[in-house]
Design a protein around this ligand. Sequence first.
Ligand code: NAD
Ligand code: DAU
Length: 328
Amino acid sequence: MKLLVTGAAGFIGSTYARVAAAEGHELTILDKLTYAGRPENLEGVEHRFVHGAIEDPDAVRDAMDGADAVVNFAAESHVDRSIAGQDPFVTTHVIGTGVLLDAARELGVARFLQVSTDEVYGSIESGSFTESSPLNPSSPYSATKAAGDLLVSAHVHTHGIEASICRGSNNYGPRQYPEKLIPLMTLNALHGDSLPVYGDGRQVRNWLYVEDFARAIHTVLQRGNPGEAYNVGGPDECDNLTVVRRILELTGNDESLIEHVTDRPGHDRRYSLSSDKVRALGWEPAVHFAEGLERTVDWYRANEEWWAPIRSGEYRAYYERQYGRALS
Ligand code: NAD
Ligand code: DAU
C-alpha cells in the first residue's frame, strides 16, 4: 500500500513507520516537527517527507495525493502540557483531524486509521473499558482526542469514510520524549536528579510496549472493520511508584532519589482496557512489562546521542516550568 503516516517523526509513529516499511509499504510522512518531532527517529526508514501540519489543507493534499490509506498519529501527546495550555491540542486533534478527513473523502482514500488513547474513557476503579464504554475524558488532552474520535465517527456515519479508531494504553520503549514517566525517571536516575512522583504515586497505568502497539495498529488497518473502534491494552498494569522503584534498581540507585511532588490536577487514578476485540483479529502483545522496561532503560543508557540534545534544549526550560527546579 501507499501509506500517508502523519506524526511519524514522533515516538509511536516512527516505530509504526519501521514496521510498515519492513513489510514493503511505500511511506509518505507528514509531520509539523514540533518539539516532539525528531527526523532522526526515522533514520533507516525509506520514506518521502512532507514538512507540514495536519491542520494545513494544502500540506495535507500534497502529502495525501495518491495514498491508499492514512494513519493519523499527529498529536500533542502530553497531558501536563495540555493543562498548561490547550490551544495546540484543539488545533491538532480537532481542526487537524477534520482537515485530514475532508481530504481523505475528496481524494477518495480507501482507508483511514485514527490513533487514539484509552484516556478518552477516563478513569476506572476496577474492571476494564470496552469499545462501547462511554467517552468521559478528564484533561484537555483527552477531551480533544475524544473530539477527534467523534469527528472520525461522524465522517463514517455521514460520508461513508472507511475509518477505524485504535485506542492504546500507555506506551513505553525507545525514542519516547523524556517528558513522559518512564524516560523522565530513567534519565533523572542516570543523572542522579530527583524523581518527581505526582501525589502518592499509586495511580495505575496499563503498560504497552511500543512495537506491540505499532503491530496492533497495522493489524486494524489491514483487518479491522471500517467504522469501528479497537482497544489496545498492554499485558501488565502497574502503579507509578512500583515503576519508579524498578527504574531505580535497573540504574543502580536507591529510593532516596524519590520525591513526592504536587499531584497533577484532575489526575486519572487508573486506566484499563479490554483488548478482546483486537485479539480476535489475531493480535497479541509480545513484550511483558518486566522485559520491556529493562530493554527501555538499556536503550536510554546506550543512546546518549539521542537524548543529550533534547535534555540540553527545549526540554530543560519545560522541566523548570513544570517542576520548579533545574535539571543537573
Ligand atoms: P509524540 O509526541 O512522540 O509525537 C507526536 C508527533 O506528531 C511529532 O512528530 C509531532 O511533530 C507531530 N505533530 C504534532 N502536531 C502536529 C500537527 N499539527 N501536524 C503534523 N504533525 C504534528 O506522540 P506519541 O506518543 O508518539 O503519540 C502518537 C499518537 O499516539 C498520538 O495520537 C497519541 O494521542 C497516541 N497515543 C499515545 C500513547 C502514548 O503512551 N504515548 C498511547 C496511546 C495513544
Ligand atoms: O494512556 C495513554 C496515554 O498515556 C497517552 O494517550 C498519552 O499520550 C501519554 O502521554 C500517556 O499519558 P499519561 O498521562 O498516563 O502519561 P505520563 O507519562 O505523563 O504519566 C504516567 C503516570 O505517571 C501518570 O499517572 C502521571 C505520573 N507521572 C508523570 C510524570 C511525567 C508522575 O508521577 N511524575 C511525572 O513527572
